[in-house]
Design a protein around this ligand. Structure first.
Ligand SMILES: Nc1ncnc2c1ncn2[C@@H]1O[C@H](COP(=O)(O)OP(=O)(O)OP(=O)(O)O)[C@@H](O)[C@H]1O
Ligand SMILES: [Mg+2]
Length: 508
């Protein structure tokens, strides 16, 4: 029933707290995106240090997010605790990372049923307030508590040693921890693992704040959060020219990056370069607003798939804070959608970057395979054969060496039978899984072969070609078009001398 109202022309229907709370709790925050929303607030209020603490006490465990920013007065705190404390259409300062006036409340409610905010301004005593979901539901009103649980106050005690700052304490972590005892080892381990997940996420989305002149230090427990740079600036990443666009008076800049192949870094570096969500998920667009990463990978519904071969493609987009609405930024600030007028350009840039990325990947990873008729001048041992809708890899019977071996009667037929066996039994699924899951452990062709072994193989091939009637020059020219000898001219040059020695030995 609508409530009675002085104005007979309208009905005042205030939302019911119980259903509003349930809806607000289900916006879809993950723990790490929720913490990031609070870190946004701290950075916007000039914090230089942010401390995230995970305190394990079974079902009484807490997470605190404390900063040394400018803090709030009591009036400001009460206003900050209001759902929708700001009009989202207000112009925000260019450094303000907020938008909706909701983040503090929705992010906190998504993780816990009770949260307290303690804050102090310079030359003022700390003040605090508590939102308690069960209390709100019981009372049927949005009533903010003036008290605080003593354990939560103890978690925030460091604030007393600061001249200003704010501390948010999440209590009753019903989603992350639930009803568990303090001795529950498995729950304890999961709790600590979530702390490291949060650290990785913060290192990614606030990476640009973690270094340089106005840097901010973020600590998760005792660990200082390290920056994760999706573009591997310290490696030889290919960086294309920046393209700038204007959308309704707002500037957008787009800069494609193609990361180096994994063979250019150590296994550890390659694993770290993958990012918190892994190589495949982290390809695509990265949207930044005020140095804050909003979107971390993905192709933004432009009709492009995430593909193993595209994983080296990462494209940076910078937008200004006034263009949130044009990009349909969501409440959690982790999803955005490009303005219609930019979609075609972004698709074009994405396609180009993807094709460059797949070139890097293919060139370094699949040197010995050629596609169908695309043999060119090179002698490739493997070729791709398409029969109806099936594809398979074949050892090319026209390859000079193969040809010379299979032409010789029964011996030739045996070699051919062996080749068919090899072709039919290549452990393709195992190879595929290896490349997908542990690409840095897959050796490139001849990567681990010693030079002496390579020389011996080359000499054997050379002799086989000579025996089938090739001159020294012809044999050399043929071998110069085969991987890997095409990149070893010095070994090919030695073949003249080798041929002479071999002739002499044969004569003796
Ligand atoms: N750590 C903090 N230090 C000082 N003031 C804060 C802090 N956290 C929140 N506030 C104040 O509370 C207000 C409300 O925060 P809240 O996160 O709910 O909304 P917002 O940041 O304005 O917008 P958004 O919904 O996009 O996060 C902020 O605008 C800020 O004025
Ligand atoms: Mg906020």
């Amino acid at each position: 029933m609508p409530t009675k109202n002085q104005n007979p022309d309208v009905d005042d229907i205030t939302p019911r707290p119980a259903s509003m709370v349930a809806a607000l709790r289900s916006i879809g925050y993950r723990l790490e995106t929720a913490v990031a929303d609070l870190v946004d607030n701290s950075i916007a209020k000039h914090a230089k240090n942010i401390w995230v603490e995970f305190s394990w006490r079974g079902d009484a465990s807490t997470i605190t997010i404390r900063d040394d920013g400018i803090g709030m007065s009591e009036e400001e705190l009460i206003e900050a605790m209001r759902l929708g404390s700001h009009d989202p259409l207000w112009d925000r300062g260019s450094l303000d990372l907020g938008r909706f006036g909701l983040g503090l409340k929705t992010a906190s409610f998504s993780q816990c049923k009770v949260f307290s905010v303690l804050t102090r301004k310079h030359h003022h005593d700390p003040v605090w307030r508590t939102w308690d979901i069960d209390y709100v539901i019981r009372e049927g009103k949005w009533i903010l508590r003036r008290d605080i649980n003593p354990a939560a106050a103890a978690d925030a005690q460091q604030l007393a040693n600061q001249s200003s700052g704010t501390c948010v304490v999440w209590q009753t972590l019903d989603r992350l921890v639930g009803k568990v005892s303090i001795d529950d080892e498995i729950a304890h381990k999961a709790f600590l693992e979530s702390a490291s997940r949060v650290g990785n996420h913060l290192g990614m989305v606030f990476g640009e704040y973690l270094f340089g002149k106005d840097s901010v230090a973020i600590h998760v427990g005792r660990t200082k959060v390290e920056r994760w740079d999706p573009f591997l600036a310290t490696y030889d990443t290919q960086i294309a020219e920046v393209e700038r666009f204007e959308v309704k008076g707002h500037c957008v800049s787009v800069r494609p990056h193609v990361l180096p192949h994994h063979s250019r870094m150590t296994k550890k570096e390659f694993e770290r370069a993958a990012g918190p969500a892994g190589w495949n998920a982290q390809q695509g667009f990265y949207i930044y607003r005020n140095r804050r990463m909003l979107v971390s990978g993905g192709w933004m519904n432009l009709g492009l798939t995430r593909d193993e071969h595209m994983k080296l493609a990462r494209i940076r987009i910078d937008i200004d804070s006034g263009s949130d609405f044009l990009w349909q930024l969501d409440i959690r600030k982790s999803k955005a959608s490009p303005p219609v007028s930019l979609r075609e350009d972004l698709r074009r840039i994405a396609r180009l970057t993807r094709s460059r990325a797949s070139e890097v990947y293919r060139h370094r990873g699949q040197k010995i395979i050629s596609q169908g008729g695309d043999v060119g001048k090179k002698h490739d041992l493997w070729s791709l054969e398409r029969i109806h809708d099936k594809v398979r890899y074949r050892i090319d019977r026209e390859h000079p060496l193969v040809k010379s071996l299979i032409e010789e009667g029964q011996a030739g037929r045996s070699v051919n039978a062996l080749l068919v066996l090899i072709e039919e039994t290549i452990p393709a699924p195992t190879i595929y899984i290896g490349y997908a899951e542990k690409p840095s452990e897959q050796a490139l062709p001849f990567e681990t072969t010693k030079e002496a072994t390579m020389r011996r193989i080359l000499q054997d091939l050379f002799l086989a070609l000579r025996e089938s009637g090739n001159t020294v020059e012809q044999a050399q020219a043929t071998l110069a078009r085969m991987t890997p000898f095409d990149s070893h001219p010095q070994l090919l040059a030695e073949l003249d001398e080798f041929d002479r020695q071999h002739e002499n030995q044969a004569r003796e």
